[in-house]
Ligand binder design. Sequence first.
Ligand SMILES: Cc1cc2nc3c(=O)[nH]c(=O)nc-3n(C[C@H](O)[C@H](O)[C@H](O)COP(=O)(O)OP(=O)(O)OC[C@H]3O[C@@H](n4cnc5c(N)ncnc54)[C@H](O)[C@@H]3O)c2cc1C
Length: 392
Amino acid sequence: MVTVHRQVIVVGAGIAGLWTLRRLVAAGYDAILLEKEAIGAGQTLGAQGILHGGVKYGLDGSNREIAEKLRSLPPIWLECLAGKREPSLAAARTLSPCQHLWAADSWLARVGATVGARAMQGEVKKLAREDWPPALREGGHKGAVYELEETVIEVKSVLAALAGPVHDRILQAGIDEYEVDAAGGLMALQCGGVRLTAGVFLFTAATGNEAAALAAGFGNAVTQRRPLKQVMVRGALPELFGHCVTATPKPVVTITSHPTGEGKVWYLGGGVAEDATGMTDEEAMRQARKKLSGIFPDFRWEGLEWACWKVDRAEPHAASRLPDGPALLERGNTALAWPTKLVYAPALADQALEFTARHLTPGDMATDPIPLPLAGMGHYPWETAAWRTLPS
Ligand SMILES: Cc1cc2nc3c(=O)[nH]c(=O)nc-3n(C[C@H](O)[C@H](O)[C@H](O)COP(=O)(O)OP(=O)(O)OC[C@H]3O[C@@H](n4cnc5c(N)ncnc54)[C@H](O)[C@@H]3O)c2cc1C
């Protein structure tokens, strides 16, 4: 088996691994990224693409810390998207510069104070009816509509912009064996007939971090999964991005709209996706249609196609079940990392760079080839879904 050495091996080409790779290479480290399927193939291409500014988490005051932490992050992304900060995402696209929050009248009194405070700081704006998005005006919504300063990114274009300059360092390979030394430290990874050694191993592999945690001596209590079943509906739908809140501060549904060859896909997260985890796909689609019919009483849902996508949010273990930010756990030369949200990827990459700098100084770039193929771009859930109509 051929042995190849690089300074840093990052495992998992989602948003976390890609952002980390870009930061490491820019700092002069000889780093590579291993991906077992395709770029973005895990949670990242399944994300709704919202650069959360924290408003949704601050609505009832119970997650105020998360809300505050999130407020500082979208500006970093926006500077990267404008090409004013590295890694430049100037070639990436956004789907919407803002989101909407709409609430039934009965609920408004309860969220009013928080929304009002945010409005004072310019983050939230109450809209006059003529400025509502057409979906809410024509769908029969009664209540208030707010505009939130939350950009929605076109995720694939962001991944392409991150991967482009370092694509020759992103290799397609899963891990067949972990080699550890007598003290339990990670020495090498065997991947597709190649033995890869490194000074630092960084795992940004989401559920793949679980196997790494066991192999590298972190144990099995450092990770958690929270399941979701996203529901998708496609056809002649208007564009809409936002959260519907009614009886609880948790959005009943978070809707993002994505262009496809067959009209738009509404990708449904929030309560709809959490409630659906215990349901069959058929039940999940029906409950989503029922909720949407209540929210948009004037829309007709016949003739649209429906699909589901099941995924586990892979996270560091949190006693409260809701992680309050990115996490990097270290043991010797190995770290396990989770961003927990797209918006936290830059902060996580800072932590990964700082961890690496404590172990290594930037070195010469190796020129010996690694006999593994380059990883390609993954698919959005709606590109591979089994679409079907839903009888009434
Ligand atoms: C349905 C959904 C919607 C979301 N919406 C939003 C949102 O709107 N805004 C937001 O900020 N956050 C959102 N999130 C959270 C966000 O998507 C994730 O926090 C983020 O994408 C995680 O990135 P990651 O790189 O850690 O993991 P992933 O994107 O899951 O990447 C991990 C990669 O590791 C690879 N891998 C696994 N094991 C191995 C192995 N052994 N060897 C090599 N490669 C391996 C996988 O194939 C995968 O490509 C959402 C999450 C979900 C599930």
